[in-house]
Design a protein around this ligand. Sequence first.
Ligand code: MN
Ligand code: MN
Length: 315
Amino acid sequence: MTTRFEPPDAFQSPRFAQLPTFMRLPYVRDLEGLDVAIVGVPFDGGTSYRSGARFGPREIRVHSALIRPYHPVLRASPFAALRIADCGDVDTNPMDILDTYGRIERAVGAILAAGAVPACIGGDHSISLAILRAVARAHGPVAFVHFDSHQDMWDEYFGNRYFHGTPFRRALEEGLYDPKATVQLGIRGPVYGPEDFAFGETHGVTVVRAEELHRRGTGAALEPVRRLAGRKVYVSFDIDAVDPAFAPGTGTPEVGGLTSAQALELLRGLAGLDIVAFDLVEVAPPYDHAGLTAMLAANVLFELLSVVSLRAPAR
Ligand code: MN
Ligand code: MN
């Protein structure tokens, strides 16, 4: 398969025109021959505070229209290197998280079975458990890079084991990722007690707290990430890893976070990793201002597409 999908030429079709798929790529339902399948997962039934992330995929697509197709820092042309299309959304069930998990797992499983990298746009962070179930079925337990202000390793909330505060405890219990090959970046903010960190510590998860990142810089923060070279890697980017000054439109904001520039530096530091799937979650447009959060999220996705394209095999 040699046909590539490019965003429309902005000199022929201005970037504010046409239907808002991701970067105005073609909307493609046939997964055959795709290298990367962009798929929205509009679900926020797992939120514990401010809801609204169900509108994330749509808003991120709108703001992605401005992005140009060449990455000058990474020297990447993701759409020339890879066959990338927007495959629409998973039809989630807004009334039922477990039914939604089944729908996500089937949709992501189909993308993986077609040999493509799923690029998932949430939705709240609860969706990552279902994505990881499909990823682990295809690739086995993966290494894991997790950007977030929260570890999302709590046990339950009001008796519920499935919500956006628990996906990486459940996923670890299910053996979906390798905790000793896991790095969480940007963790910060008050918790219920010191015991909140015990689960990750016990299983050997590496945490780079936001305070350490600010003190030592992004280069030092990336050291444990570089040790994941050679592994199949899942990347999950919770937009609340970034400071609410740059990303106010999210469900559970925490102050003292990454700048948008630090986030871009960290993402570029993933170049060379074998990323088999990724997600961007927790953009809640009702709390956004001037599209700041959705615009940043669209750029995070472009960074990840660029990083993935650097390892593109010749087709
Ligand atoms: Mn999260
Ligand atoms: Mn978070």
